[in-house]
Design a protein around this ligand. Structure first.
Ligand code: CDV
Length: 312
């Protein structure tokens, strides 16, 4: 009999600057209960799920930023009720938060927690988009390079709920290398939370095209790496700035199995056949039989593109 896991994307609508952790935790608990009621065993929550997407704001008082937006411990007194509820319901999950370590380092982080409430794994975002300097002329900022360090834990997978599961965060989904490194460790399921502004900060782009890119990336990354993929948004008009929804569960065939329809709190669930990933890994995407890494060396040797014509 093939392995099945009922997986959910638990999308969050906007969380404003005025919203306390208590508000976030209450809504996250409501999503947990809804997912549980729909039969979900594994739930993927968004990136930075306890607060507004604060990198859109230039803030100079780092102590205040730490106090308001970063977690010194997970769970904390304020977030504990969420962790307690998940354990009570026996749900495994992925959730993103801003991590402040005891050494004073700051990361955009996600954790994987088992249905027994035990921490299984931690991932720190590697691909930090945006900029570090203030752009006073811009409608909003994207200051991930100011508030976070590049993740130092690499791309890893864990044996989790009878699957092999990896974690990524938001902008990582634009980089095929991230998925391939997980797939090379056997990933059958990838969990990813995101916050994606509807407006492109750097150049004009129709909102529909932003969503189109999000969906084609999800479908191609899942298919080319023969893995289930859950991508969950925080979205809607947050602090007056719109972010798109379109949270998706994508099958290893590249087909969208479930997708949200709103830009608010919403759960979608799919009973995923995990062995579908294994079948593709043994056929079309049998890496051991078909990959040619001797021709891929530039991928790790070169960062930016350089023109190297074969016939100079
Ligand atoms: N939170 C993100 O990483 N957002 C980026 C935006 C800035 C492009 C994304 O890739 O969706």
């Amino acid at each position: 009999m093939s392995r099945h896991l009922k997986i959910a994307a638990a999308q969050l609508g906007p969380l404003h600057r005025a919203d306390s952790r208590r508000v976030a935790v209450r809504r996250l608990i409501a999503l947990l209960r809804e997912a549980h009621g729909m039969g979900a065993k594994f739930v993927v929550f968004p990136e930075l799920a306890f607060t507004t997407f604060f990198p859109r704001w230039w803030m100079e008082d780092q102590a205040q930023v730490d106090e308001r937006y970063f977690e010194r411990a997970i769970p904390s007194a304020e977030t504990q009720p969420f962790f307690d509820e998940a354990k009570k319901l026996g749900i495994g999950y992925y959730i993103g938060y801003a991590e402040l370590t005891p050494e004073g380092r700051r990361f955009n982080t996600a954790v994987l927690v088992g249905p027994d409430g035990q921490l299984v794994g931690k991932y720190r975002k590697v691909h930090l988009p945006g900029h570090a300097e203030h752009k006073p002329q811009a409608a909003f900022q994207h200051l991930e390079k100011k508030y976070f360090e590049v993740g130092d834990l690499g791309f890893r997978v864990w044996r989790f709920m009878d699957t092999i599961t990896g974690m990524l965060i938001c902008n990582d989904r634009r980089w095929p290398e991230a998925f391939r490194v997980l797939a090379l460790q056997g990933a059958e399921l990838v969990a990813l939370g995101f916050n994606t502004p509807t407006e492109n900060l750097h150049y004009p782009e129709p909102p529909a095209l932003r969503v189109h890119h999000h969906l084609i990336m999800a479908q191609s990354m899942a298919f080319q790496n023969a893995t289930w993929l859950v991508e969950t948004a925080k979205c809607g008009l947050e602090d007056g700035f719109r972010m798109f929804g379109h949270s998706v569960i994508v099958a290893p065939t590249g087909e969208i199995a479930a997708k949200t329809a709103t830009e608010d709190d919403e759960v979608v669930v799919f009973n995923a056949d995990i062995d579908l990933a294994q079948n593709l890994k043994q056929t079309m995407f049998n890496f051991a039989a078909h990959r040619r890494p001797e021709h891929y060396k530039l991928i790790v040797e070169r960062v930016g593109a350089e023109v190297t014509p074969a016939n100079p």
